[in-house]
Design a protein around this ligand. Structure first.
Ligand code: ADP
Ligand code: MG
Length: 686
């Protein structure tokens, strides 16, 4: 249960004055549903205004506060142009205060002719006339405006204005209680950070890096604490030590020797499985680094040790593909492998459930359906989760709570994230890295091409398909513009189908699963030659004969995402090509990013560079889901403060594992404040 102190922060925004059903919507759009969210709705930036006595030495574009005396009101002749109030400063300089839209009433009321008013706004020029368009404030005396020399600028949604948001934030801050300190005193002192409430107040008032850092640190600390609590709780759990005798693995007839990195990872996993406390390990390996074999060896180890193993895939397509691959690879061992997805119904499903219960199925592969209530195992010893980033920590926790004893857990991810973010995302796990590619991979020839040359590209594609090879055509898909993006992908498909007929298939996220699978199967079997897709092919799909990839509007993808997409080609022995189509208006960082794609195929390097480029102020327009688990801390702060926060969290847990001392109690509040309370639940359970 959430501590009562925090209740005022977790009440609905509707409890604030002025928030009714009408304001709720835009607030919701910004993710501001509770008082807490408003308190943490930190300004994007601040306007700084200079108070001046006259306009003589003001430059254009400057934000000022100045006393003006209106001399004339001028409505536009046809009523459609702007409404202008001509006004004079103390030295007789004339400027226009300009309003667009129906503003004559406001203007007459605020700026009566002959009476001095204080006006705050940005000085611009229109032709040879100085002007202030839509002043931010107009007041009768200077006192009213001097408090506004620095003003926050908040992210808005339609229906909200800066003053409205500012008023709501102010109300939220009034409800914010004083909270005890959870940061290590030494850390607090060293950085000269304000206490929590003061930091929040300051962060809304002006540019206070110390306040912003403290708030970011809080969030990072909460995250690290929660992850370490998971680790601690896991260590206390009883698992099943599994020792393999090699009898099954020995029968595997792999067509290649394992890489050094694969051998090392398998050895680490073998070591973990032999322990009583359950394994919690992340296998991090770039696309194509060979994670599947590591998963298979681990699962066979578990089966040799007398247990069952489950492999969880994020999508049906991937589950199916894993099933085919693993069944083929494991055929000589004689282990029983089955597939279970949400679509399996009736008798087929029943017989799989029976097999899991009586132990005749050794390895089950599927989507989250394999962890539903009704699914019971005889002895589940190992859970492998593929493409980890799709699952949050709390989901991960649920998965491992099947069975009398906690199964060992191996998570696999191909998202090459920088080391600092690994800590943020997977801080509760031990990490094995596949940092070595299987030998003999040909580099993928990557080119950046203007989208205007699409006709040429289509001709090239036609030649490619005629030669008997297959190709991907990827269209962007961003959550914010999902409908438009799907329409664009469908239009592209229609155009390509007009040329290539049945050779082309389409797959996107809103397609019915049966249609999606049918299309995928036609492509995987080689019957279809061209797969037009949104990013659903991002993870895991493996068709070695597909050696050409076209990515439309490549600038809209994140580097990591482009890298994963590109990893779909270059899987066979033939030379592969990746064409990145760019729009005509490309930002400087956009250019740099695409250039990097051309330059390197090292996913970890791309991830580090991506972080640098985006930390450098690039808008997160291409923000990927699960990119970072943070809302307050930005990328720069994560890199600078996370290692510190992580150490602080570790110290606290080492000293006060139950979070029962005064600082521990404060830390509990922090976990609730940042909704990492699943960390606290674990304390109670253990
Ligand atoms: P990912 O890490 O992306 O899941 P996969 O497991 O799908 O990678 O492996 C990619 C390809 O590399 C597969 O075709 C697989 O058979 C092959 N492969 C895996 N390990 C090796 C190895 N040690 N030597 C050669 N090829 C390998
Ligand atoms: Mg894979």
């Amino acid at each position: 249960m959430r501590p009562e102190t925090l209740n005022p922060l977790f009440t609905d925004t509707e409890s604030l004055e002025g928030v009714g059903p009408k304001l709720r919507k835009p607030l919701e759009k910004l993710g501001l549903t509770r008082v807490r969210d408003l308190a943490y709705h930190l300004p994007d930036r601040f306007v700084q205004r200079r108070a001046v006595t006259d306009l003589d030495d003001v430059s254009e574009g400057e934000q000022i506060v100045v006393a003006l005396t209106p001399i004339e009101h001028k409505a536009s002749r046809n009523g459609r142009g702007p409404y202008r109030v001509l006004a004079q400063d103390a030295k007789g300089n004339v400027l226009a205060v300009t309003y667009f839209g129906r503003a004559s009433y406001t203007a007459k009321k605020l700026l009566p002719v002959g009476e001095q008013r204080w006006v705050a706004g940005r000085l611009d020029r229109y032709g040879d006339m100085l002007q202030i368009v839509h002043p931010d404030h107009v007041a009768e005396d200077s006192a009213g405006l001097m408090g506004h020399l620095v003003e926050p600028v908040y992210a808005l949604a339609e229906g909200l204005t800066q003053p409205k948001v500012a008023r709501l934030v102010a109300q939220a801050m009034e409800r914010a209680p004083e909270l005890p300190e959870w940061i290590e005193p030494g850390v607090l002192e060293k950085h000269k950070w304000p206490v929590w409430r003061d930091a929040l107040v300051l962060a809304h008032k002006g540019e206070h890096p110390a306040a912003r850092d403290r708030l970011a640190y809080d969030e990072l600390l909460a995250n690290s604490l929660a992850l370490l609590l998971v680790k601690q709780a896991n260590r206390a759990r009883r698992g099943q030590p599994l020792k393999g005798d090699g009898s099954l693995r020995g029968k595997l007839a792999l067509p290649f020797p394992l890489t050094g990195a694969q051998q090392r990872s398998i050895a680490e996993i073998e070591g973990d499985l032999a322990q009583t406390s359950p394994m919690l390990r992340l296998l991090q390996g770039d696309v194509g680094s060979g994670k599947t074999v590591v998963a298979l060896e681990s699962m066979l180890l578990a089966v040799e040790g007398g247990a069952q193993a489950a492999l969880l895939a994020p999508t049906e397509i991937l589950a199916r593909q894993h099933f085919e691959t693993l069944r083929r690879m494991a055929a000589p061992t004689g282990v029983q492998i089955a597939l279970l997805t949400g679509r399996d119904k009736g008798r087929a499903r029943e017989s799989i459930l029976m097999g899991l219960l009586d132990g005749s199925i050794d390895i089950i592969i599927g989507t989250h359906a394999i962890f539903q209530e009704a699914v019971a195992y005889r002895n589940l010893g190992l859970v492998v989760i593929d493409e980890q980033h799709r699952f949050g920590v709390s989901q991960r926790l649920m998965l491992t709570q099947k069975g009398k004893v906690t199964p060992h857990c191996l998570s696999m991810t191909a998202t090459p994230i920088p080391r600092t973010l690994t800590l943020a995302q997977y801080g509760e796990m031990d990490v094995s890295r596949l940092d070595e590619m299987p030998p003999g991979r040909q580099p993928i020839d990557t080119r950046v091409i203007s989208a205007e040359r699409i006709a040429e590209i289509a001709d090239g594609l036609a030649r490619h398909l005629e030669s008997g090879q297959q190709a991907y055509w990827v269209c962007p898909m961003v959550r914010d513009s999902e409908t438009e993006d799907i329409a664009a992908a469908e239009a592209r498909y229609a155009a390509l189908q007009a040329r290539f007929g049945d050779d082309a298939v389409l797959v996107h996220g809103q397609l019915r699963p049966e249609l999606k699978d049918a299309a995928m199967e036609r492509f995987a079997s080689g019957e279809a030659k061209l797969l037009v897709a949104t990013t659903v092919i991002e993870v895991g799909v493996d068709v070695p004969n597909a050696t050409l990839m076209v990515i439309e509007q490549a600038e809209r993808f994140g580097l990591a995402q482009l890298h994963q997409l590109r990893g779909r080609v270059g899987r066979g022995s033939a030379k592969s090509v990746c064409l990145l189509l760019r729009g005509s208006e490309l930002s400087e960082t956009g250019k740099q990013r695409l250039a990097l794609m051309r330059e390197t195929q090292d996913g970890f390097r791309l991830a580090e560079e991506d972080l640098k480029l985006r930390g450098g102020g690039e808008l997160l327009g291409t923000r990927q889901s699960g990119d970072t688990p943070f809302r307050v801390a930005d990328l720069e702060q994560i890199q600078r403060l996370l290692p510190l926060a992580h150490d602080d969290a570790r110290l606290l847990i080492d000293r006060d594992g139950g979070l029962t001392g005064p600082r521990g109690e404060a830390a509990r509040l922090l976990l609730y404040l940042f909704e990492r309370d699943w960390g606290v639940q674990l304390l109670r359970g253990g």
